[in-house]
Ligand binder design. Structure first.
Ligand SMILES: [Zn+2]
Length: 295
């Protein structure tokens, strides 16, 4: 997991902001927890990396949170990812076992995501401070769609390259990518040069599989030099806990909990967190005690 991190950088006198990450451990953990099939692993992984990259560019405090919600109408169903200012990410997908035939040997991400729908980004910046932007999907390949969101909703021309390489045994061999943001003041020639480098760049997973670090990916895009900023860890993390589900039981209210206890055929009621697949079990006695304590 130690190879997982994200770097921030600037180039061309701070007229370009750049971010790159290796998220192989994060995407492996998402796959393990949700038992996703390869194309869905790539779709969920790309969305998670996009959330981490946009978080790194926009969240100013550790507690701030960002949600990326993709509804593309494809067999995978809805994909929801949250990332926070600490570089912690989690995600869920409607149908982890969705499948679409590979195209030219590549995982068919848009085939499972669908390409007719919407991508929303919601930023929870403080107590009552939240912003949401929604765009129509361009391709359902996620990277293009995130770049389109950044252009349309944040007025920042951006390139987002995120990739996941899945082995035949379904394990994740490499996951990573970059986000390049063009700020005001660049000449047409400078923009064209950056666009050309990105177009010539091998796929990010190819670079990672060849041993490239996130810094080395940025070197390929800015061979004339760039200024490295902070580097920070990223990891899968879900803040759910037994205590949080106890609060949820309390919020259901006495009558609803009684109904659940009466209808439950098992000795325990099991609740599962959709973001991490952890399950929590409550016996009828425990549920009644939770309600009693909350009175
Ligand atoms: Zn959880």
């Amino acid at each position: 997991m130690d190879r997982d991190y994200l770097v921030r950088a600037t180039a061309l006198d701070e007229r370009v902001r750049a971010f790159a990450l290796n998220a192989t451990g994060v995407v492996s953990e998402l796959r393990r927890r949700h038992d996703t099939y390869p194309a869905v692993t790539a779709a969920l992984g790309r969305t998670a990396m996009g959330a981490l990259l946009i978080s790194a560019a926009t969240l100013k405090e550790e507690e701030q949170l960002l949600t990326v919600d993709v509804k593309g109408g494809g067999p995978a169903g809805r994909i929801v990812v949250t990332a926070n200012g600490r570089g912690e990410v989690r995600g869920l997908v409607g149908n982890p076992h969705a499948h679409a035939e590979s195209v030219n040997g590549k995982l068919n991400v848009s085939g499972v995501v669908g390409s007719k729908g919407f991508l929303s980004v919601t930023k929870h910046l403080g107590m009552k401070d939240s912003y949401q932007g929604t765009v129509e999907l361009l391709s359902g390949e996620i990277g293009d769609d995130l770049a389109y969101y950044l252009l349309q909703s944040e007025q920042t021309p951006s390139a987002v390259g995120v990739g996941v390489f899945v082995q035949p045994d379904h394990s994740v061999e490499a996951a990573g990518g970059y986000m390049i943001q063009l700020l005001p003041g660049l000449s047409e020639t400078e923009i064209a040069a950056i666009e050309q480098r990105i177009a010539d760049l091998p796929h990010p997973t190819q670079l990672l599989r060849d041993g490239a670090t996130p810094e080395e990916i940025l070197e390929r895009i800015f061979p004339e030099g760039y200024t490295l900023g902070d580097s920070s860890p990223i990891r899968f993390h879900c803040p759910c806990s037994r205590e949080r589900f106890e609060s949820a039981i309390v919020s259901l209210g006495h009558d609803e909990v009684q109904r659940i206890i009466e209808e439950e055929e098992e000795p325990f009621t099991e609740v599962v967190c959709h973001f991490c697949n952890e399950s929590y079990q409550f016996s009828p006695v425990e549920m009644e005690a939770i309600l009693e304590a909350a009175r």
